[in-house]
Design a protein around this ligand. Structure first.
Ligand code: SIN
Length: 490
């Protein structure tokens, strides 16, 4: 039986947990590092800068906790997770303000993320009860065959700053529901939400060692321990393709552990001439400007059919010019700051290069007066396929428009990338909808809709966008091993 949920003792955002969480203990560490508000660059907290030794310690704690946690029934684990979910929902406002404070997204959008994040805990608490094996029809009268699913063991996860809550629960919830224990390294930019989740987990009655949070500025040292430890059986990473390849290689090369990678994208959003243009504009704005363009599934480039190029570009530029830019805690803000100096410099550089090569800014095209890390929502016309805004992930509020003349050309441009995470297109032709959905090389295709993420779908990419799926029933399978059992001697 789970212990009854306790309500959060203090809803004030400044009553933050700022210590790391290992084996059910709050750990302060000898050194600490600052967490900044990206809207103002002010320091909002200092958290422990832990290293390889503490990562080893957390893994050992997770290893000790594993047998008892795995031995619980899925229903028992689900009850504790349900309590964790209830506490998240009760604390939604504080979580949203925290996500906004350290990650920069507007509070209303952050509240959406908090609900999205909590939904994985609810979903997997229920889904784990359905971790079915199979009975395989025998090939000989003297044998019977079955498969069973069992938790893989200790898991390690490295999560990104663009979803300080949801990318944690999308990994931790299936792992914990499956009967695994987990060590999490949150990003150094947004560790506070991770610690708030640990506090809620503790209040929900999650036993010590099941969920551990190692805060650090030394990602490489902690990552190395996670990848190479023989006690860790599953490693999950969300972040860049460049880092993901190295971590994946280290995991397989050292201890052949199972790896899940959610990596970069370069999502096309195609607007065919037969599309509902207002719907396409709405979808493009939703997809492109979510979290100021800082999601892996944001439309990176917008491909527009020649016949409607002018009409669509004008409508899009008008809509984008109306987006309100400002700090996430300001009422009515649509687009917050970028995460750090490096991010804004990259966007400035890519837009500058495009403009110098013949692109035209229909709106924006420069930094925003709201502060050092704000970029004006931008629409670039006359973008060509060789420009970096087409070939690389921008991760900023910039929509490059590329013209095409036929369905074949649109599909060829869309697929001309090593990435294959998400793709969007707008059409009113149902045959084209099927045809193009089948031809696009991506793990997720969204038709006539700029947003699709939720807990019940399998989220993940093709090609260099990753390995494995998160969410849905597939998300649970990641954390289960399948075991074949032969009953002989009949
Ligand atoms: C991501 O950017 O990695 C996640 C986006 C989502 O879950 O919708």
């Amino acid at each position: 039986m789970c212990s009854p949920p306790r309500s959060h003792p203090d809803k004030d955002i400044m009553s933050l947990r700022t210590d790391a969480y290992i084996d059910g203990q709050w750990r302060s560490g000898a050194k600490r590092f600052p967490v900044f508000n990206p809207a103002t660059q002010e320091t909002v907290a200092q958290v422990p800068d832990l290293g390889a030794a503490e990562a080893e310690e957390a893994i050992a704690a997770a290893h000790r906790a594993f047998p008892k946690w795995a031995a619980k029934t899925a229903k028992e684990r689900g009850q504790i997770m349900r309590a964790w979910f209830d506490l998240m929902i009760a604390d939604l406002d504080r979580l949203a303000r925290l996500i906004s404070l350290e990650g920069g997204k507007p509070v209303a959008e952050a509240k959406g993320e908090a609900m999205y994040g909590a939904s994985f805990v609810e979903w997997f608490a229920e889904e784990a009860k359905r971790a079915y094996g199979r009975v395989i029809p025998t090939t000989t009268p003297t044998r019977r065959y079955v498969t069973i699913k069992q938790p893989i063991g200790v898991c390690a996860a490295v999560t990104p700053w663009n979803f300080p809550m949801a990318m944690i629960t999308r990994k931790a919830a299936p792992a914990i529901a499956a009967g695994c224990t987990i060590v999490l390294k949150p990003p150094h930019q947004t560790p506070l939400t991770a610690l708030a989740l640990a506090e809620l987990a503790e209040n929900a009655g999650l036993p010590p060692g099941v969920f551990n949070v190692v805060t650090t500025e030394h990602a490489a040292a902690v990552g190395k321990v996670m990848c190479e430890s023989p006690l860790v059986r599953h490693f999950s990473f969300t972040g860049s393709t460049e880092i993901g390849k190295k971590l994946g290689a280290a995991c397989v090369g050292s201890t052949v552990k199972k790896v899940a990678l959610e990596l970069g994208g370069n999502a096309p959003l195609i607007v065919f001439a037969d599309a509902d243009l207002d719907l396409a504009v709405k979808g493009a704005v939703m997809s492109k400007f979510r979290n100021a363009g800082q999601t892996c599934v944001c439309a990176n480039r917008i491909l527009v059919e020649d016949a409607i190029y002018d009409a669509f570009s004008k409508k899009l530029a008008d809509a984008v010019a109306k987006l309100k830019v400002g700090p996430g805690d300001q009422e009515g803000v649509d687009v917050g700051p970028l995460i750090d100096k490096k991010a804004i410099e990259k966007v400035e550089l890519m837009v500058g290069e495009a403009l110098a090569s013949g692109a035209v800014a229909l709106t924006g095209g420069k930094k925003h007066a709201a502060g050092a890390q704000f970029y004006t929502p931008t629409v670039l016309a006359n973008v060509t396929r060789d420009m970096r805004v087409n070939t690389e992930e921008i991760f900023g509020p910039v929509a490059p428009l590329i013209r095409f003349n036929s369905e074949d050309e649109a599909v060829a441009i869309a697929n001309d990338t090593p990435f294959g995470l998400a793709a969007y297109f707008f059409t009113r032709d149902v045959n084209r909808a099927w045809r193009v959905a089948e031809r696009i090389e991506a793990g997720m295709v969204s038709i006539n809709d700029g947003i699709f993420s939720n807990e019940v779908i399998p989220f993940g990419g093709w090609k260099e966008s990753g390995l494995g799926r998160e969410g849905g029933s597939e998300g649970l399978d990641e954390y289960l091993e399948s075991k074949f059992v032969n009953f002989g001697g009949f």
